[in-house]
Design a protein around this ligand. Structure first.
Ligand SMILES: NC(=O)c1ccc[n+]([C@@H]2O[C@H](COP(=O)([O-])OP(=O)(O)OC[C@H]3O[C@@H](n4cnc5c(N)ncnc54)[C@H](OP(=O)(O)O)[C@@H]3O)[C@@H](O)[C@H]2O)c1
Length: 301
């Protein structure tokens, strides 16, 4: 299969390019890129989804993919608050869908799009896909707009509302939560972790598994069941606070648990407080059984 990973230079993208390149013809896009891109396999294309620069060259060279996994995004909520328009132009995939999939790909490749748990307002626990989204920050707003855009413009899709993605470290231009936590706690520092902000963190290898399941189904002529909007929660099996995650890490690594101090997420920070998700639909539809945080830590460290 010909698979395009948009945003292949990002955290999830690097994992996907690495895994999928073993089985498929993979192309990926990067924007600022950096050293890591040089060492990555697959066909690489510098594309700016804000301006569309590089898109034409990519389509001419790589040709028409059968599957596109869209990981390209401005994924840091703070950056989205500060640079709303730029974030919107990347997070809502108008360039990818209009100028590539709809106008240049007659076979209508299957689009796997990464959304976020930040589309939920965070006022309750274990959101299901049927719950009404209500983003409380710019990141969530742009990602919700992206979902609406895809649903209205491009029927051949599956959208995944991902929780925090964690796994082994990769070179990306920002701190990765698990690695930062490990470094600080391993050094014996006492660190404040939010005890009142809940997520369903998802192990990156589960997402790789999920994408492989979908691609295998497409190879066999079966895609996701036809629903008006193919939207799925993508999370781990648990509802955990940052303090819970830090304590689990301490237990696994043998660090002193008294280094974990619990604090409340300050009220002025725009972030859903409890964006934990129900992942029954994911299990049921794709047969994916997400790894527990404890089991994932045993694989990672
Ligand atoms: N990581 C998480 O915990 C998490 C949680 C929930 C949802 N998600 C979603 O999952 C997806 C993947 O996340 P991630 O953590 O892998 O993101 P990431 O590490 O921030 O990577 C983002 C990717 O987007 C590319 N990009 C940024 N601006 C671009 C532009 N103007 N034109 C073209 N490409 C551009 C980046 O390219 P360069 O780096 O080369 O500039 C990079 O490849 C995103 O949609 C994110 O919103 C992530």
């Amino acid at each position: 299969m010909k698979v395009l990973v948009a945003g292949g230079s990002g955290y999830l993208g690097q994992y996907l390019v690495e895994a999928l390149s073993r089985e498929h013809q993979v192309g990926f896009t990067y924007n600022t890129g950096g050293k890591v891109v040089e060492s990555m396999g697959g066909s690489k294309y510098k594309v700016d989804f804000c301006t569309g620069e590089g898109l034409e060259d990519m389509v001419s060279d790589f040709g028409e993919p059968q599957v596109v996994v869209n990981c390209a995004a401005i994924s840091q909520p703070m950056v989205c608050e500060e640079e709303r328009e730029r974030s919107r132009s990347v997070n809502v995939p108008t360039t990818l869908v209009n100028d590539c999939l709809l106008s240049r790909c007659e076979g209508r490749p299957f689009l796997i799009h990464l959304s976020t748990d930040h589309v939920y307002d965070g006022s309750r626990s274990f959101y299901t896909e049927a719950d009404e989204p209500g983003p409380v920050n710019a990141y969530g707003e742009t990602k919700k707009e992206a979902e609406d855009f895809i649903v209205s413009r491009y029927p051949n899709h599956a959208i995944f509302r991902s929780s925090i993605i964690y796994g082994r470290g990769k070179e990306v231009g920002r701190n990765l939560f698990l690695q930062w936590m490990d470094e600080a706690l391993g050094a014996g520092e006492k660190v404040d972790f939010f005890g009142n902000e809940f997520r369903s963190p998802v192990y990156v290898m589960d997402i790789v598994k999920l994408v492989r399941i979908i691609i295998a189904r497409i190879e066999n002529g079966v895609t996701a069941p036809a629903r008006v909007a193919n939207i799925y929660n993508l999370g781990g099996p648990e509802r955990l606070s940052r303090a819970d995650m830090a304590k689990a890490l301490c237990t696994h690594r043998g660090y002193g648990i008294d280094s974990v101090l619990e604090a409340d997420r300050p009220g002025h920070v725009k972030s859903p407080l409890d964006a934990s998700m129900d992942v029954h639909l994911l299990r049921q539809t794709f047969g994916l059984h997400p790894t527990s945080f404890k089991d994932a830590l045993s694989e990672i460290f």
